[in-house]
Design a protein around this ligand. Structure first.
Ligand code: NDP
Length: 448
């Protein structure tokens, strides 16, 4: 009965949003948890809340023209998907990547609504970005692109309306160009963007927050079963913001970090990537925008798996921190075959539906990104608070708030995520806890 209700609902979403495959995938995963819950709580059904939740408040699509270093005119497409502001101003990152489409941004915006709700902070959900590829572009080109993009974006955002942040391809450099242009256009210095530099309204730990928060969440999961990170062998994918700071916290917690990757391939260091090696990688990736494969030239005992993901390497824990759908069915089988017992998503929706089913069948503890990677938006929310009161908080203050909020999110997953044989179903728990908070607010507003 529940399955046919889910299929029927998702079919409606597919019909209304043709060819938006990533969006369909995110809605299905959410509906599989929430529709059975609604069957036990019929008031949500009579409010048609799922139909309302899966329709974004609005999507702004615009052209961004800019001039490259050769003096040629370039043209990209950009979007801002303002998904839902029931519990606070829209909030969510901007992504610059050639594979950005409306479907990708809708899936990310949809997930963001419930992730933000889980933090307990007053933030609605949004996502935006462009198919602009910053790779291989000079800083001046990136600056001109960001400035041109902000000319249009500035009409749609504001500290009480919509507060963008970074995501793939958008770090502190891009946020600074965007914020500088907003300030010029509006003559206002406020918390309209998060992820700013520390000297101009940024928050301590914003850069580290998603990675640190992921590890705090994993520690909560392990502690619930009397375990810890000490001595655990961990594979991590990606080598961007999330992956690198998750790695830092992993090493600090006594885990053995075996892999990192980028879109060119993966590195596997059987001796473990320690603090010193990680610092070298940070300089390579964050400082020089180099390729992860260069690691084996510096540390020849490691191996470079060209064009491969790290999921064939035996590990206890796997943390996908690169991009969506990076663990498919074969990857999941390889991980399970090698004895993985916990997978936590640092990236957004890195696990495909067939892979998730395999983890479930094999009792692998699984934390969805909605819960596990909420640390980034948590500290973004704290950056907004500091901007609003015009008072910076210390690193220790932010870190302890981050730890507390990640532990609250874990507790909500446990509360709503009763799984089989007393296990916690974190996907179900995160989806239902986020849903209840947003849906209750929407119902309180009446029909809107
Ligand atoms: P970055 O741009 O800093 O790093 C992304 C990393 O993933 C890079 O190593 C990149 O490799 C790799 N990557 C990107 N696309 C692909 C691909 N198609 N195939 C293989 N590798 C790929 O991004 P973030 O670390 O900020 O974000 C990573 C993930 O975490 C995303 O899913 C993002 O939405 C999510 N996230 C980020 C948050 C944040 O605070 N930054 C907050 C919550 C979630 P290369 O350098 O070769 O492109």
């Amino acid at each position: 009965m529940n399955n046919s209700m889910v299929d029927q609902f998702v079919q409606g979403v597919v019909d209304r949003n043709p060819a938006e495959f990533e969006f369909h995938q995110a809605v299905r995963e959410f509906a599989e948890s929430v529709i059975p819950f609604m069957a036990e709580h019929p008031s949500y059904r009579s409010e048609h809340i799922m139909e309302r939740l899966t329709e974004p408040d609005r999507i702004v699509i615009f052209r961004v023209c800019w001039e490259n270093d050769a003096g040629e005119i370039c043209c990209n497409r950009a979007w801002r998907v303002q998904f839902n502001n029931a519990i606070g101003p829209y909030k969510g990152g901007l992504r610059f990547h050639p594979n950005v489409t409306q479907s990708v941004l809708k899936f990310l915006g949809f997930e963001q609504v419930f992730k933000n709700a889980l933090t307990g902070l007053p933030m609605g959900g949004a996502k935006g970005g462009s198919n602009f590829n910053p790779k291989g572009r000079s800083s001046r080109e990136v600056m001109r692109f960001c400035q041109s993009m902000m000319i249009e974006l500035s009409r749609h955002i504001g500290e009480d309306t919509d507060v963008p942040a970074g995501d793939i391809g958008v770090g502190e450099r891009e946020i600074s160009y965007l914020f500088g242009q907003y300030k010029r256009l509006k003559n206002r210095f406020n918390g309209v963007l998060t992820g700013k530099g520390l000297a101009y309204g940024g928050s301590p730990i914003r850069m580290e927050a998603t990675g640190y928060g992921l590890i705090y969440f994993v520690q909560n999961m392990l502690e619930a079963f009397g375990g810890s990170l000490t001595g655990k062998r961990v594979t991590v994918s990606g080598s961007g913001n999330v992956a690198l700071f998750a790695s830092e916290k992993l090493i600090e917690s006594g885990a053995i970090l075996l892999t990192l990757s980028d879109s060119g391939g993966s590195i596997f260091d059987p001796a473990g990537i320690d603090h010193e090696k990680l610092e070298w990688i940070k300089t390579l990736k964050l400082g020089h925008r180099g390729r992860i494969g260069e690691y084996v030239e510096r540390y020849p005992e490691a191996r470079y798996l060209e064009g491969a993901k790290p999921w064939s390497i035996a590990c206890d824990l796997a943390l996908p921190c690169a991009t969506q759908n990076e663990i498919d069915e074969d990857d999941a089988r390889a991980l399970v075959g090698n004895g993985v017992h916990l997978v936590a998503e640092g990236a957004n929706m890195p696990t495909g539906p067939a892979a998730l089913a395999i983890f479930r069948e094999n009792d692998v503890l699984f934390a969805p990104g909605k819960a596990a990677n909420a640390g980034g938006v948590t500290v973004s929310g704290l950056e907004q608070s500091q901007n609003a009161i015009r008072m910076p908080w210390s690193r220790q203050e932010i870190d302890s708030r981050l730890r507390r909020i990640m532990s609250d999110i874990h507790a909500q997953c446990v509360e709503y995520g009763d799984g089989q044989q007393g296990q916690v179903d974190y996907v179900k728990g995160a989806n239902i806890a986020g849903f209840v908070r947003v849906a209750d607010a929407m119902i309180a507003y009446g029909i809107a």
